[in-house]
Ligand binder design. Structure first.
Ligand SMILES: Nc1ncnc2c1ncn2[C@@H]1O[C@H](COP(=O)(O)OP(=O)(O)OP(=O)(O)O)[C@@H](O)[C@H]1O
Length: 260
């Protein structure tokens, strides 16, 4: 029997003032998948992430989050309820507290219900400290725990934010261009980090960096003009004529030459 999806988007359509940014899009995610969502500028990728996290509501179609014990209809929930139910979204710009240390940022992320100052004054329980240590090791910032977050490199800031999100225990993590602006080394480390994360969670990455996608994707979804153009392995995507046409037809786009 095939595995049941953790998220299913069916026939999703999003309109902005009548303009259909997404049209009848289908997307099924299995638990533990690292799925890359690619496509030319304006294809509707970010809008799909916006739909899944509840920032944008579709005009038609369904989005179901198949959690135990029952499925949640995402289209009917407010954004903060969706986040609480286990779908985390990371935007391109990191939202970390630059003046606080790495450790303090993680403490705040862990105790979402307390105020920042109450959190910093509170003593961590041993289990909380252990949890943070685990996350610090995962994101590779153990040696930087007492460093002010503002002093981290660009890549390290992104990893810190990912660590902060993980402390909220999302089942699905949505990332928008996580390696933009990173060095090659940071990009590779991020790919390895994502592969670790999907041992326990499901991750969707919107990405333009085709080398990164090629190196770390097992399954890729290609969108074009709000629709699903192709889904498959990177090899299948690269050998698809329609995909090549969509990218090559764009001339000088940042990933125009990279797919074929
Ligand atoms: N809030 C909005 N109001 C009006 N139009 C919008 C809005 N958000 C997105 N769009 C339009 O919807 C289309 C899809 O945008 P979207 O950002 O989802 O594409 P994308 O594939 O993520 O592109 P990029 O790779 O450039 O980020 C674009 O034509 C965009 O201009």
């Amino acid at each position: 029997m095939s595995q049941a999806p953790i998220l299913s988007c069916k026939e999703v359509t999003v309109a902005f003032d009548g303009f259909k940014a997404v049209q009848g899009m289908n997307l099924l995610l299995l638990p533990g998948e690292l799925r890359f969502l690619i496509g030319p500028n304006g294809a509707g990728k970010t809008t799909m992430l916006d739909v899944i996290c509840g920032k944008v509501k579709p005009v038609s179609g369904s989005v179901s989050f198949h959690r135990r014990p029952g499925a949640l209809d995402i289209t009917k929930l407010q954004e903060h309820k969706i986040a609480e139910s286990g779908i985390g979204r990371k935007f391109q710009t990191p939202s970390i507290f630059a003046g606080l240390t790495v450790m303090e940022n993680l403490e705040i992320a862990m105790s979402q219900n307390r105020s920042v100052w109450a959190t910093l004054r509170a003593t961590l329980k041993p289990s909380e400290r252990e949890r943070i240590d685990e996350e610090l090791a995962l994101i590779g910032l153990g040696d930087q725990r007492h460093l002010r977050a503002g002093l981290l490199s660009h890549g390290q800031k992104q990893w810190l934010e990912i660590g902060m999100m993980l402390l909220q225990e999302p089942e699905i993590l949505l990332l928008d261009e996580p390696v933009a602006g990173m060095t090659d080394k940071e990009t590779d480390k991020t790919g390895e980090l994502l592969q670790e994360i999907v041992r326990k969670r499901t991750v969707v990455v919107v990405e333009h960096d085709m080398e990164f996608v090629r190196n770390f994707a097992s399954k890729v979804t290609v969108m074009h003009e709000g629709k699903l153009l192709k889904e498959g392995t990177m090899d299948e995507i690269q050998s698809d004529d329609r995909v090549a046409e969509v990218y090559l037809g764009r001339g000088k786009g940042r990933d125009a030459h990279a797919v074929g």
